[in-house]
Design a binder for this molecule. Structure first.
Ligand SMILES: Cc1cc2nc3c(=O)[nH]c(=O)nc-3n(C[C@H](O)[C@H](O)[C@H](O)COP(=O)(O)OP(=O)(O)OC[C@H]3O[C@@H](n4cnc5c(N)ncnc54)[C@H](O)[C@@H]3O)c2cc1C
Length: 303
């Protein structure tokens, strides 16, 4: 209840005030700041995935602008030898306005990443986008088998079945590449598990299915129970270390992150940056008011 109230009122707080707590989770407004934050993570043996924050777009011209921005990001991060890849949200490229234009823009970005032997991760958005984003992945993977991956959300009841169907485009030479997360959007109970225990069960079921089928997985979670569940699956099935990595969000649970690294596993951090941090922070809060308690905590606990 309190979380919901805070989430609703935060958009009316002064921007400078909101930055005090948002800055923990956002690498900065400029590309230089994002490169610096990424290099600092690289120095700790952590790879990154870069995300340019964007608001909902209203027309296809804005999608072109986002595409041009991503092409520039790739050039600059590669020139600075950042150890990382790139994440993007298809709605920022017009997915819900014109899916063909969106496909062509994202194709251009994946082709640019492929020039550097690098990789683009398609973030998964709310349930209205799932079919379209799977279709996008299928098309792009056919042309760039090593340079594109998708996110899947364990909270969706359909996910296990989606994973099974998508095995038709998996080969040992060019394996499927997913980031597995719980899912951040508020979805109706008809299509998504609501009980946190059920979400965790689904997560570990999806994970075991993928790892035992030789699919590459970015194990994206800050939930200690899931990290421990993943360790068990990895040990039980003798999964080689080059078939997975752990992934976390910038600024979240750095202690658990360090423990995973100390255990000898690979880690990648999702680094969001950009001028749209205010809209992004407040929108995420409205989507998931539970985040308010993290934000309040970060007002008092620094570091
Ligand atoms: C690398 C990465 C990429 C992601 N990409 C997507 C995506 O494409 N689509 C999508 O729907 N979702 C995405 N997510 C979000 C994900 O779906 C979850 O909503 C989010 O990670 C919280 O779930 P959790 O597994 O960390 O477990 P939770 O049970 O939510 O969190 C476990 C603990 O982690 C801490 N924690 C978690 N989140 C935060 C936070 N923001 N601030 C402070 N502490 C926190 C808390 O201590 C909490 O108790 C991504 C997450 C990660 C890590």
């Amino acid at each position: 209840m309190i979380n919901k109230l805070i989430a609703q009122t935060i958009p009316f707080f002064p921007k400078k005030f909101v930055w005090i707590f948002s800055k923990k989770y956002i690498a900065g407004e400029t590309i230089e700041e994002a490169i610096l934050a990424s290099k600092q993570l690289n120095d700790k043996n952590i790879a990154v995935t870069i995300d340019l924050l964007g608001e909902f777009i209203k027309n296809i011209e804005e999608a072109k602008e986002n595409k041009d921005n991503y092409l520039n990001i790739i050039e600059q991060f590669e020139a600075n030898k950042v150890r990382g890849n790139y994440s993007l949200k298809p709605t920022s490229f017009g997915l819900l306005i014109d899916k063909e234009v969106c496909f062509n823009y994202i194709r251009e970005i994946v082709a640019k990443a492929a020039e550097y032997n690098n990789f683009i991760r398609i973030d998964m958005e709310d349930s209205a986008c799932v079919d379209l984003e799977i279709e996008l992945y299928r098309r792009l993977k056919a042309e760039f088998p090593k340079n594109v991956g998708l996110v899947v959300q364990a909270y969706l009841r359909r996910t296990q079945s989606d994973l099974e169907k998508l095995m038709d485009i998996h080969t040992e030479e060019t394996p499927l590449n997913y980031r597995l997360c719980k899912g951040i959007y508020v979805e109706p109970k008809e299509i998504a598990f609501k009980d946190p225990k059920k979400v965790n069960e689904a997560y570990l079921k999806n994970l075991e299915f993928l790892l035992t089928n030789k699919v590459f997985v970015g194990i994206a979670t800050h939930d200690r129970k899931l990290v421990e569940g993943a360790y068990q699956i990895i040990k039980k099935n003798n999964i080689p270390k080059n078939q997975f990595e752990f992934q976390m969000l910038y600024g979240v649970t750095p202690e658990l992150r360090k423990e995973i690294l100390d255990n000898g596993y690979s880690m990648r951090v999702y680094v969001p940056y950009g001028k749209d941090w205010f809209g992004y922070s407040t929108r995420r809060l409205k989507e998931n008011p539970k985040m308010a308690s993290h934000i309040i905590k970060s007002l008092f606990v620094r570091g």
